[in-house]
Design a protein around this ligand. Structure first.
Ligand SMILES: Cc1cc2nc3c(=O)[nH]c(=O)nc-3n(C[C@H](O)[C@H](O)[C@H](O)COP(=O)(O)OP(=O)(O)OC[C@H]3O[C@@H](n4cnc5c(N)ncnc54)[C@H](O)[C@@H]3O)c2cc1C
Length: 321
């Protein structure tokens, strides 16, 4: 842990936050919660309160919400299903936007599948099987939604969610809509630099046709392979670190004896050295301390600086410096 990096744009004082919250709750259509514990919305089960937590009713409400936040310099966090988030124990001093109830439509036309940002990726994959569409089977079992998946460019077994992306509907931070061609968006390894600051609304995937039983077989094989590699019963956020070029993060961690290392209520999974699990009452502080320890060990032994795959939110210092 080095450096100081506060959340950009967070209002300076509690008074202006409360004023902004009151305005947002009055003006935006949708459910609006104050001081909502983010531990309820993250797979790690950690994270302090969000000053404002909004489920906008539809795209128009989302646009209005983003404009209000933009005008008030209020920090915004778009949340999917929270499977890749490490939220600080202090929470998030801004507005968390949850699209799971507004953008959850899915449709298939020929070989094109359209899914809203709030649709769960596993429902998309089930739908490809029902329509005999191939191309996304290797993503089966990745928890989370289409919006979070696009933002992370999630993937497994060499496949990425961006592989068959034809079009993406997005919104700018000032509430404007636009449609981007999939081929024109820059994606990286577990990252989407071309989507920085954009809210993903809807994705269109162009897939190939295949027999339903072939698609189903590959999905079943993928899920079975995932189960075999990492049986996960405890809360986690999946892989903690990205694989450094040419190396497996899990392998490096295993070699420094990471498996089973504990810090407060969290530990490195004894089954997968790149998974930190909350084994009971763990805090974000425990996770950050364990991350520091693991990075230090790998750096000392291999001179490799592991970079976080999960996204850290609400910290007033840089974790991934
Ligand atoms: C047990 C387990 C296994 C996992 N295995 C894998 C794996 O094999 N491969 C893999 O890639 N990942 C894996 N993950 C990580 C996680 O499932 C993926 O990163 C997933 O895509 C996150 O989706 P989410 O909806 O939960 O996103 P969140 O965690 O809610 O958000 C992730 C990021 O996306 C942003 N975001 C969310 N929605 C939007 C939107 N609509 N517009 C713009 N930005 C948005 C958020 O601000 C955040 O920065 C695993 C996690 C767990 C817990």
């Amino acid at each position: 842990m080095r450096g100081i990096k506060p959340d950009p744009g967070a209002p300076a004082d509690r008074g202006s936050l409360e004023k902004a919250a009151a305005e947002i709750c009055a003006e935006v259509q949708g459910r609006c919660l104050l001081s909502e514990p983010l531990s309820r919305h993250t797979s790690f089960g950690v994270g302090g309160p969000a000053a404002i937590y909004v489920y906008p009713a539809d795209k128009a409400a989302l646009s209005k919400l983003l404009m209000l936040c933009h005008d008030r310099s209020l920090a915004v966090l778009i949340i999917g299903y929270g499977n890749n988030l490490l939220v600080s124990d202090d929470g998030f001093a801004g507005c968390v936007v949850d699209l799971s109830s507004a953008l959850n439509g899915m449709a298939v036309e020929g070989n094109r599948l359209t899914a809203g940002a709030g649709v769960m990726l596993n429902d998309v994959i089930r739908c490809t099987a029902d329509h005999g569409l191939t191309g996304m089977e290797r993503l089966a079992g990745i928890p989370g939604g289409v919006g979070g998946g696009m933002s992370m460019n999630c993937g497994a077994f060499g496949a990425h969610i961006s592989d068959h992306l034809a079009e993406l509907e997005v919104m700018n931070p000032n509430g404007e809509f636009m449609t981007l061609a999939g081929s024109g968006i820059e994606f990286g390894y577990r990252s989407a630099p071309g989507l920085a600051d954009k809210v993903v609304l809807q994705a269109v995937f162009q897939l190939d046709g295949d027999r339903m039983d072939n698609v189903n077989r590959l999905i079943d094989e993928t899920v079975a392979e995932r189960r075999r590699r990492n049986v996960m019963t405890l809360p986690s956020a999946g892989s903690t670190f990205k694989n450094p070029r040419g190396f497996s993060a899990a392998r490096l961690l295993e070699q420094v004896g990471a498996k089973g290392m504990r810090m407060g209520g969290v530990e490195v999974s004894p089954l997968h050295a790149n998974f930190i699990v909350n084994s009971g009452g763990g805090t974000a502080e425990d996770i950050v301390a364990l991350i520091s320890k693991l990075r230090e060990k790998v750096y000392k032994r291999f001179n490799i600086d592991l970079k976080l795959e999960l996204r850290a939110v609400g910290f007033d210092y840089e974790i991934d410096a």
